[in-house]
Unconditional design. Structure first.
Length: 386
């Protein structure tokens, strides 16, 4: 029978490996790196960054998936010492592989930072960054990739390493006990976060612009649908004991007028989504939109959800002081989005079997706009009657 010290020695190596996963060489200060950029690097940055992006998608991320799962294959409580030592040895071997993978990911982060710095050096005029022809190198996409890598993937990997190390210590598989008696998260949950990070990065590397701007729309559309349910229940579900009969009548009137505003807002977002409308078929990967325009569309569902929620609860309460301003904000938000859609995405829609899809969508959005503006005006006028 194997000596328990065998697996404890392997456990010590595993704990030390997780502690040293982020070595000084691997986490070199990117600020210092930026300051050392030679002046002639800018013309070559597009090719360099593109190579990093291709490698990240085709090699690094698939490899990282496998390595992260292997890290969690810890010895079970019923394992014999020899089996426990073998599993811990495999984890130590995976750590060495992961260290190289992490270095490549950090190279990608540094490449993104260098590219952004060079772009800023080339921009001399005030105002929006004119990157409409930059394709996959638009700041909108690169900034999101940088966030997903640094604040998403690398942070979650750090959590996985520290948690796995702590679990090894808690189970008595190492000579070094931990001062924390219980793990913070379940390993399955941490792996789930990491795999979701990887999936998000892949989407932002390869999906068309119209897909990535809708990356988190589903969550806000779900909130909007929930707000609509609340509006159907109002006003009796909102502080009924605090309302007089006149207040309830007033709230009912406002609610009935707010209902079309909420429904039409949801209808607009659904018409742009994969499930119901414009984005059913893949469009061209890139448009001539600038980064701040893409960002405005990316935030559209979030901003619409916030405005509709305010309108819903304000109408249900019978109060009107904030309603006109919120209605104006919602109208401007959806109106500016409609202009971008008509200018940049409708021209990309192909015809189907001789049917002019562009004409259909243009007519639909024109009719929607007329109906929506009328709904806004009706609710605004009702506010002014009080």
């Amino acid at each position: 029978m194997s000596d328990p010290s065998d697996y404890q020695q392997q456990g010590d190596l595993a704990v030390l490996g997780f502690t040293n996963m982020w070595t000084k060489d691997d986490t070199e200060d990117s600020t210092e790196l930026h300051q050392q950029v030679p002046q002639n690097i800018a013309p070559n940055m597009d090719c360099s960054l593109e190579a990093h992006m291709i490698q990240l998608k085709s090699t690094i991320l698939p490899l990282l998936r496998q390595q992260a799962i292997k890290v969690t294959l810890l010895p079970g409580t019923a394992d014999l010492p020899a089996e426990a030592a073998h599993k811990l040895k495999l984890i130590v071997e995976v750590q060495s592989e992961m260290r190289a993978t992490l270095r490549q990911i950090q190279n990608m982060v540094q490449a993104l930072g260098l590219f952004s710095l060079c772009r800023e050096d080339r921009v001399t005029l005030p105002g929006p960054v004119d990157d409409q022809h930059s394709k996959e190198f638009k700041r909108f996409r690169l900034t999101r990739l940088d966030d997903l890598l640094q604040m998403g993937l690398l942070e979650d990997l750090g959590g996985l390493f520290s948690h796995t190390s702590r679990t090894i210590q808690i189970r008595g598989l190492s000579n070094h006990p931990t001062s924390y008696p219980h793990p913070i998260y379940l390993l399955d949950g941490l792996i789930k976060y990491i795999l979701e990070d990887v999936d998000s990065i892949v989407r932002w590397l390869e999906k068309p612009e119209f897909d990535v701007v809708q990356d988190d729309w589903h969550a806000y559309i779900a909130c909007l649908n929930n707000d609509l349910k609340i509006l159907y229940m109002s006003p009796t579900m909102v502080n009924p004991g605090d309302q007089t009969h006149e207040d309830r009548l007033r709230a009912t009137q406002l609610t009935q007028l707010a209902l079309p505003v909420a429904r039409l807002s949801i209808m607009f977002l659904n018409k742009l989504s994969k499930q119901d409308g414009l984005n059913k078929k893949p469009l061209q990967s890139f448009t001539e939109m600038r980064s701040e325009q893409l960002l405005a569309l990316c935030l559209l569902s979030q901003n619409v959800s916030r405005s509709v929620q305010t309108i819903v609860f304000t109408s249900a309460s019978g109060r009107t002081s904030n309603l006109p301003g919120e209605l104006t904000k919602l109208e401007e938000c959806l109106g500016s989005a409609l202009v971008l859609i008509k200018d940049h995405f409708l021209p990309l829609i192909p015809d189907t079997d001789g049917f002019t899809n562009q004409t259909y969508f243009r007519t639909w959005f024109n009719n929607w706009s007329t109906t929506f503006n009328l709904a806004i005006r009706n609710l605004t006028n009702a506010c002014q009657e009080t």
